[in-house]
Design a protein around this ligand. Structure first.
Ligand code: DX5
Ligand code: ZN
Length: 223
């Protein structure tokens, strides 16, 4: 399966998001990852549907929207009509996960579930066959620039095994502390969507950093 690079604009200059998207796309980004935070589920506030709508106007690749919010069911429609092609919702806030996933699909978006570092893979057991993707958090959600949690690598392997057992080829997305030093290992573990904020927009040349991450992911030593 092709590895997709999903730069996270959380690390970009919010006064120049159009340029951030253009830079990432110039470097070959496959998706633009958009982190939505509500100040309740995570201790940070970021952006909402109007920003997604503005990004949709300038992005040529699909928008991958990660909802770190307490009430994703309430806002899913607004994000999909604003232009989200993929929506990830957190299992930790959803008592009726099956219903939520079906709802997102009915809106016409790819429906995925995100799991925090302390959330067991078994929380996905009953829903594994229904998911369009799984997002494995490899830091505690809320901020860019945190250190990758090593255990996430074996967690990705376990999620892959669970999806395979359900006969579901859905991709696994890894998010948090991803950079050129760990990309190849994460792909080997089973991740095929690499989200990266700091590694791309913390760099002086985000296009080159996007290319470098792809090269690292394919095991080629990045210059
Ligand atoms: C963290 C977000 C991530 C974040 C990744 O809560 O979900 O998408 O932007 O940033 P880095 O790659 O810097 O860890
Ligand atoms: Zn994210």
């Amino acid at each position: 399966m092709k590895v997709l690079i999903a730069p996270s604009i959380l690390s970009a200059d919010f006064a120049a998001l159009g340029k951030a998207v253009a830079d990432a796309e110039a470097g070959g980004a496959d998706l633009i990852h958009v982190d939505v935070m509500d100040g309740h589920f995570v201790p940070n506030l970021t952006m909402g549907p109007p920003v997604v709508r503005a990004l949709k106007k300038v992005a040529t690749v699909p928008l991958d929207v990660h909802l770190m919010i307490e009430a994703p069911d309430r806002y899913a429609e607004a994000f999909v009509s604003a232009g989200a092609a993929m929506l990830s919702v957190h299992v930790e806030v959803l008592p009726h996960l099956h219903r939520s996933i079906q709802y997102i699909k009915s809106l016409g978006a790819r429906a995925g579930v995100a799991i925090n570092p302390s959330t067991p893979v078994s929380s996905l057991e009953e829903i594994a066959g229904d998911l369009d993707h799984v997002l494995v958090m490899s830091v505690n959600p809320g901020f860019s620039g945190q250190t990758f949690i090593p255990r996430s690598e074996s967690k990705i392997q376990a999620v892959r095994a669970l999806l395979d057992a359900a006969g579901n080829p859905a991709p696994i997305e890894v998010d948090g502390g991803v950079d050129a030093s760990n990309a190849a290992r994460l792909v080997a573990a089973g991740a095929t969507i690499l989200v990266a904020g700091n590694a791309i927009f913390g760099s002086a040349d985000p296009a080159a950093a996007t290319r470098a991450l792809r090269a690292a992911a394919s095991g080629i030593l990045a210059r």
